[in-house]
Design a protein around this ligand. Structure first.
Ligand code: SAH
Length: 382
């Protein structure tokens, strides 16, 4: 990467008001920002030279001062079921992952918000790697831009790598979920502007129900999010009581269930949301008994909640195994019988380690300061 490139402003990091200010600084009229966004997000243009309805000198000025730069692709993998996984460069030594899941009626892009994660959930592959840094807004938005433009190229038949590329399904990004690597609410400052670009009519123009932020339960940030965004909220609950949840999702020790649930209902009230999705990973013999299901139903009954049961996806070194299918069905039935909506997430992309909780990337941990093998301190908190 040349020095000039790093000095240019990456337009993928600027929501519309910031882009208007930037355009004004370049001596152009603010409405040019909408034209620019139209090129970048609707037409997938990455080169200013292509933007034929912009004045020639403005394009030249943009080419000097700005760029449209998504993360660099290290590699891609294609699953037999059509799922695509990208490994994206964070820096010379590190990388993060993104997954596209085609289904008949939608195409879901699962994006990352951090390089690694500091929350240390005991059943998650990302947690094992530790945390390095937050992704920038441009890196978050750049994932969606990159996938959308690549899929559009494939659809146009321009990418030979995609030839015969798996079963059919929606091959456009219609839904975005922040369920890749990282805790999005621990990177609030960069995630919120990205959400704005996803929803903006001149950006990706996604409806707020098609953008889902998944959190492990950072309670103060859920209240903050309610003030600035109205995307769909998913919460990784995974256990119906504090003792078990603290073991699986350690942030629960700081923000227990009795604080987490009111924050969720508050979010819905403020945002006129339909319901919160509670994710619940099915761990064999750990959190999957009928008694757990009944306790969960008691917590959620009467509230606008849906439960999404996620069969555990194993990864090297994990001590957990997946609950057998009949156990998952029984759990679901217990919830349904008690009037709590519940679905089972279909596992996709397992053959390329692209399923929930399997994203690992390449992360240099800097949350723990080690001396030889001994941990001597914690350097970064979420
Ligand atoms: N940090 C956020 C988003 C990332 S994880 C969060 O915790 O919600 C996206 C979902 O995958 C979460 O519900 C997470 O708990 C779940 N998950 C993590 N590891 C998993 C695994 N090994 N198998 C199945 N689901 C897993």
């Amino acid at each position: 990467m040349s020095t000039a490139a790093t000095e240019r402003t990456n337009l993928l990091g600027l929501p519309r008001p910031a882009l208007e200010t930037f355009v004004a600084q370049l001596g152009s009229r603010p409405f040019r920002a909408r034209q620019l966004m139209n090129w970048i997000y609707k037409r997938g243009a990455g080169e200013f030279a292509e933007m034929s309805d912009l004045a020639r000198d403005f394009r030249a000025r943009l080419a000097r001062e700005a760029e449209v730069r998504p993360p660099e692709v290290v590699s891609t993998q294609r699953s037999a079921d059509g799922t695509l996984k990208w490994l994206l460069r964070a820096d010379a030594a590190q990388a993060f992952e993104m997954v596209f899941i085609p289904e008949p009626d939608r195409g879901t892009l699962c994006i990352s918000s951090q390089v690694g994660c500091a929350l240390d959930c005991s059943f998650c592959a990302t947690a094992q790697q530790g945390f390095n840094r937050n992704l920038s807004t441009a890196e978050i938005v750049g994932q969606v831009w990159l996938a959308s433009t690549q899929l559009a190229r494939e659809a146009a038949g321009a990418d030979p790598a995609a030839a015969g590329g798996g079963p059919s399904g929606e091959r456009r990004v219609t839904n975005v979920v922040l369920m890749g690597m990282g805790e999005p609410l621990a990177n609030f400052r960069n995630v919120v502007p990205a959400l704005e670009i996803f929803l903006d009519d001149f950006g990706f123009d996604l409806s707020r129900r098609r953008v889902t932020l998944s959190t492990s339960g950072l309670v103060p940030q859920i209240y903050k999010l309610a003030e600035v965004s109205n995307v769909a909220l998913a919460v990784s609950l995974h256990a119906p009581d504090d003792a078990l949840r603290s073991e699986l999702v350690p942030i629960n020790r700081k923000h227990p269930i009795a604080e987490l649930l009111p924050a969720c209902w508050h979010y819905l009230d403020e945002q006129n949301g339909r319901s919160v999705t509670f994710e619940y990973v099915m761990l064999d013999g750990v959190n999957d008994s009928p008694a757990h299901a009944r306790a969960l139903a008691k917590l959620l009954k009467g509230h606008p909640a849906k439960v999404n049961l996620i069969p555990f996806n194993p990864f090297p070194g994990t001590r957990y195994t997946r609950s057998p299918a009949p156990v998952i069905q029984r759990f679901r039935d217990e919830l349904l019988q008690r009037g709590v909506l519940a679905t089972v997430r279909r596992t996709r992309g397992e053959d390329i380690d692209a399923a929930c909780g399997q994203l690992a990337g390449r992360v240099i941990d800097r949350t723990t300061v080690r001396l030889g093998n001994k941990v001597i301190g914690v350097a970064v908190q979420p």
